[in-house]
Design a protein around this ligand. Structure first.
Ligand code: HEC
Length: 124
C-alpha cells in the first residue's frame, strides 16, 4: 500500500463527500479484477474466456449484497483461492462488481465514516 499524499487524500475526501457510494474506487477494482480474477471469472462483458464453475461478475452483482461480497472476499470458501486481498482491494473490487447492479431490495450503503486523520479539521 502506498501512503496517501495530500492530493490523494483530497481526492478521497471529495469522493467520500460527493458520492453516495463509498470511498472505494471501482476503477481500481476493475484493474485488480482484470489482473487477478479474470483467469476464472468473466469480469467484464466482452471477455472471451472464463472457467465454467466461476460465476460471472454480472451475475454475482445482482445476487450478493455489498456486505456478502466483503465477507466472502475477506475469507473465500474452498473452491476459490484466498488471494489475501487487503481491505482496500476488497472495497475496490466490491465497488467494481457492484457497478453491474444491486441485489433485489438492496440499496447502496452509506459512505463509511472517514477515519480520524490528523490532516482533517475536527468538527466543533
Ligand atoms: C482459480 C479460479 C478463481 C480465481 C482466480 C478467482 N475466483 Fe472467484 N470463484 C471461483 C469459483 C470456482 C467460485 C465458485 C465457488 C463456489 O461456488 O464454491 C468463485 C466464487 C466467487 C464469488 C462468490 C460468487 C457467489 O455469488 O457465490 C465471488 C464474489 C468471487 N468469486 C470473486 C472473485 C474475485 C473478486 C476474484 C479476484 C480477486 C476471484 N473471485 C478470483 C474461482 C476463482
Amino acid at each position: 500500500m502506498r501512503p496517501l499524499n495530500h492530493l490523494n487524500l483530497l481526492a478521497l475526501l471529495v469522493t467520500v463527500f460527493a458520492s453516495p457510494v463509498a470511498a472505494a474506487d471501482a476503477g481500481k477494482g476493475e484493474t485488480i479484477a482484470v489482473r487477478w480474477c479474470a483467469a476464472c471469472h468473466l469480469v467484464k462483458p466482452g471477455q472471451s474466456q472464463a472457467k465454467a464453475d466461476a460465476p460471472p461478475f454480472t451475475a454475482i452483482a445482482t445476487r450478493r449484497t455489498y456486505e456478502d461480497l466483503r465477507l466472502f472476499l475477506a475469507n473465500p470458501y474452498p473452491r476459490m483461492p484466498d488471494m489475501s486481498l487487503t481491505r482496500d482491494e476488497i472495497a475496490d473490487l466490491v465497488a467494481f462488481i457492484k457497478t453491474y447492479g444491486l441485489a433485489p431490495g438492496e440499496t447502496p450503503p452509506a459512505p463509511p465514516p472517514v477515519k480520524d486523520d490528523p490532516a482533517r479539521p475536527r468538527p466543533g
